[in-house]
Design a protein around this ligand. Sequence first.
Ligand code: XMP
Length: 321
Amino acid sequence: MKVAEIKLEDLKPTEFIEEQVKSISSSVGKELAINALSGGVDSSAVTLIGHKALGNKLKTYFIENGLMRQAEAQRIASLFKDLGVPVEVLDARKEFFGALKGLTDPEEKREAITQTFYKTVFGRLVRESKAKYLLQGTNFTDVEETVAGVKRQHNILEQLGIDTQKEFGYKVIEPIIQLRKSGVRAVAKTLGLPEELYNRPPFPGPALAARVIGEVTPDRVELVRLATNVVEEELSNTKAFQYLAILHEDKVTGVRNGKRDFGFQIEVRCWDSKDALIASPTRLSFDVLEKLASRITTEVPGVVSVTYNIANKPPSTIEAI
Ligand code: XMP
């Protein structure tokens, strides 16, 4: 099916929400649906639209895959509890790290995450709950990038010819598939989400695994998680589109306390962009860069080198894998 974009200037958020609520209720009927909330603006908007449409016929899960930011599960679950939406946190760390073990190729890592998410975790949830539908926050850019062959965004199924009913045992409903990020933010704001959610920088579906070059192990993700904390704290007051930390596969020689230290390299990226299709590095001041380097080499164990990406997208991409 070809997806038609709704441009920001043509979007009427209230009407859009009403239409989606009607369409979800009529598709799901008396059946049950489930959805995964990651705390990003896309899945947050879909969770609220879904609950408007289905009430307690929709069960929302936060999948703790071990790849999320610090204390994210508890934070998001309590934020949604305050909005009247119960969220169950499901610990799936073993399954995800098991599937990622030994993989270094970016597309193989993405495929492992997709399979673990849709087949292992959701397959089981659907069988146990008897849900017939999965609601998810695929957006227009995800479709466009996957169809163009830039990257396989982990949530793209139908556009790759995947029949979810046949492969995983449930149907997928994608209420925001016609919107780009700016449209989703407008809808999220109208839905009454707090600003810290509707204005959150984008975060990729494969989460911190998209920021680990080479094998994704719990220890390596922890390094990126700590570096991400620093980058988010230091850059949240910029107007940048997105900012992130990447762990490189190669180690480099450094020196600590007068001794050789063969340590890790972290790359910082900070992007100016409208829609993630093209992007350029934000012209951060050298003072800001120095502070980032100083904090990352002090607060993230074993890091001896911090670099700042100065290449545009294209040919770079926003994430590292
Ligand atoms: P890239 O890295 O392709 O990212 O320039 C474009 C935007 O999409 C976000 N994003 C993803 N990126 N895989 C990705 O590589 C995903 O599954 C995914 N989901 C979202 C990314 O953070 C950036 O904003």
